[in-house]
Design a protein around this ligand. Structure first.
Ligand code: FAD
Length: 394
């Protein structure tokens, strides 16, 4: 099989890239190792920056998002028994975020692709990317029990952190930087109306907690836990009790409880592979970088990467202008490193450090007090959280 752009992975990065290319009249084939059912039900991110929403709307994937997404103008930082609102919209000249689950973004993009009849192969596992320095790189993949080859002008590795694309880059051509954290997030989905209109990020001596939501009737809640946590040790009652403790606030606020329908433990990691290009293999999304989820940046970075990449491939393939493709890695990495810094800073400000001493706890409290009392500090937090426009990324 031959195509213009071979895309490995049908997560948000791969599916959106395929859609953007299709709108420009560029052919692509998407290979996805898992089933459609699996990718459409995987619980992950849920906060869309303004720029992400714009890209989805522009490619025709904004209808349900506009109907069902919840527009949020602020977030709450909760610590010391008090809640403090960060007014994102007021501090950023009107930028808002939209709560709309990644699973829904994926469903919308899969539906558009399937409806268009363009190739999207589920249960097609990429095994290797070959000849990345030639004009016709190839993906070797397994589908329907047979090994096959997909030849393309370009191959895009949008296959997530554990995918194969990054590992197919010849030795020494890519460098990785990584930081791990001494904690993970236990995330649950509960069939109960959220107990808050806006997300609550709670710092507590027992550990961080986050109250998010996936819709008017579904709450998404997280607890900081040790990385080696076994879900079997966390029956529903323990989860709710711990959330009650960490989200407690002076006054009459109460956390509503409901049936837990999904639970998982996610390790926290910061990771960047650079450059994002090796010959005709390009990396995008989690295949190239990971952020701890505290800053709600992972999905948004994946979208920003492919929005840039789609324009660059358009210029290279349709107008014979390789300039944007040559600068893709440097341009994308500027946003990536800004998000890495913000996500690290939010994580440090809000999590209990198991190795921390009283000095570090006092520093953390001072940082929180500053974030909610100084307009300059709150603005820095708000503009990073709501997402910087492209021309404002340093
Ligand atoms: C458990 C979890 C929870 C998360 N929670 C949050 C959150 O709360 N907030 C937040 O901002 N971010 C969160 N993230 C991060 C966010 O979901 C990611 O940044 C986002 O999914 C990146 O999209 P992507 O398309 O780059 O990668 P992915 O969504 O990982 O998609 C990659 C795709 O490639 C496929 N694939 C892998 N290997 C192959 C192969 N060999 N051949 C073919 N296909 C392959 C995978 O099956 C997958 O469908 C979370 C991530 C995880 C893993």
């Amino acid at each position: 099989m031959r195509t213009s752009v071979a895309i490995i992975g049908a997560g948000p990065a791969g599916l959106l890239l395929a859609r953007l290319l299709q709108r420009s009249g560029i052919e692509s084939v998407v290979l996805e190792s898992r089933s459609r059912e699996h990718v459409e039900h995987r619980q992950r991110a849920g906060i869309l920056e303004h720029g992400t929403v714009e890209v989805l709307r522009a490619c025709g994937a904004g209808d349900r998002l506009d109907r069902e997404g919840l527009v949020h103008e602020g977030i709450e930082l909760r610590f010391g028994g008090t809640g403090h609102r960060i007014d994102l919209a007021a501090l950023t000249g009107g930028r808002r975020v939209v709560v709309y689950a990644q699973t829904e973004v994926v469903r919308d993009l899969v539906a558009l692709r399937v409806e268009s009849g363009a190739p999207l192969l589920f249960e097609a596992e990429a095994l290797a990317v070959e000849d990345v320095d030639s004009e016709r790189p190839r993906v070797r993949y397994r589908h329907d029990g047979a090994e096959r080859l997909l030849e393309a002008d370009y191959v895009v590795g949008a296959d997530g952190f554990h995918g194969i694309a990054r590992r197919c880059v010849p030795a020494g051509r890519i460098r990785t930087r990584e930081r791990t954290y001494p904690f993970a997030w236990l995330g649950v989905l509960a069939d109960v109306a959220p107990s808050t209109d806006e997300l609550i990020y709670a710092q507590h001596e027992r550990g961080f907690a986050l109250h998010s939501m996936r819709g008017p009737e579904v709450s998404r809640l997280y607890l900081q836990v040790p990385p080696e946590t076994d879900l079997a040790d966390w029956p529903d009652a323990r989860i709710w009790e711990e959330l009650d403790l960490r989200l407690a606030v002076d006054g009459g606020w109460r956390l509503r409880r409901g049936p837990i329908t999904d639970r998982s433990v996610t390790p926290m990691r910061s990771f960047v592979a650079e450059p994002l290009r090796c010959g005709r293999l390009l990396l995008a999304g989690d295949a190239a970088h990971i952020v701890p989820p505290t800053g709600a940046k992972g999905l948004n970075l994946a979208v920003a990467d492919v929005a840039l990449l789609a324009r660059a491939l358009d210029a290279a393939l349709l107008r014979g202008d390789p300039g944007a493709l040559e600068s893709y890695s440097d341009t994308a990495l500027r946003r990536v490193w800004r998000a890495e810094d913000f996500s690290c800073a939010m994580t440090a400000m809000l999590h209990a450090d198991p190795d921390g001493d009283e000095f570090s706890r006092r520093l953390q409290r001072s940082r929180l007090d500053y974030a909610v009392s100084s307009t300059a500090a709150a603005t820095a937090l708000a503009e990073n959280y709501a997402g910087l426009p492209s021309d404002a990324v340093p």
